[in-house]
Design a binder for this molecule. Structure first.
Ligand code: SF4
Length: 232
């Protein structure tokens, strides 16, 4: 995929404008959005569905999510008529634990690789545009995130990775959520700030680093946003 001159000023655009410009620039490209049903994802999904009602929604179903997350996913899938794909690992939780033990305690990097990264790489192979709800403020590992990046998958295929909320603050996320009457995962009301698999998610000690509650602070990324290589 060649760099598109229309996208070079994406940083100056609002989230809605980024979506419009990207979709107008290449209407034939197949687009998807990854969604963990966190507040940012619901905002991107809402904006995207207004333009692409059938946009494929990829949920990495590790089998380790909170019961509340599965309930919210199912409710929103119905209420918003989502074109949802539950992206599954090769092995069920029971099979993996029987073969390799409880990796989220002994080797979370391998667990994330098997249950998130490998299934996502395979799923993304079908698309040319990947929308995300990532924000720079979420973690020191995301501080250089751009709204539009070209990424190369391990297969060599390149795709556009688009994060329209890259410059949004936590306050903006909740302003938008409230102003638009969006529902949200109930764990936020308990103090969680970044919500993933239950065994690896805690209420953060450091309010300035919302992802410090993930993996007991031992790591900040599961790998799904670091496996692909930025291609520009
Ligand atoms: S977040 Fe935890 S449980 Fe989920 S895939 Fe990674 S290590 Fe496994």
């Amino acid at each position: 995929m060649q760099p598109n001159p229309n996208l070079e000023n994406a940083e100056a655009l609002s989230a809605e404008e980024v979506l419009s410009v990207i979709l107008r620039a290449d209407p034939e490209s197949r687009a998807c959005v990854t969604c963990s049903f966190q507040a940012e994802d619901m905002i991107v999904l809402r904006m995207l569905k207004a333009r692409l009602p059938e946009v494929p929604v990829l949920f990495l179903d590790t089998g380790y999510h909170f019961r509340e997350t599965y309930q919210y996913r199912d409710r929103m899938a119905k209420e918003w008529a989502l074109n949802l794909t539950n992206v599954l690992p090769k092995n069920t939780v029971e099979q993996q634990e029987s073969l390799l033990g409880i990796l989220n305690r002994t080797d979370p990097t391998q667990c994330c690789q098997l249950r998130k990264v490998e299934p996502l790489i395979e799923a993304l192979g079908h698309f040319e545009i990947w929308f995300t709800g990532l924000r720079r403020e979420q973690s020191p590992t995301r501080k250089n995130l751009k709204k539009v990046e070209q990424h190369r998958l391990p297969s060599g295929k390149t795709l556009l990775k688009v994060s329209p909320l890259a410059d949004w603050t936590w306050a903006q996320v909740w302003e938008y959520t409230g102003a638009n009457g969006l529902s949200y995962l109930p764990q936020y009301d308990e103090g969680y700030a970044s919500i993933g698999c239950q065994p690896c998610t805690a209420i953060p000690d450091d309010p300035n680093n919302p992802r410090s509650g993930r993996w007991s602070g031992k790591k900040l990324e599961c790998g799904i946003h670091t496996f692909s290589e930025r291609a520009e």
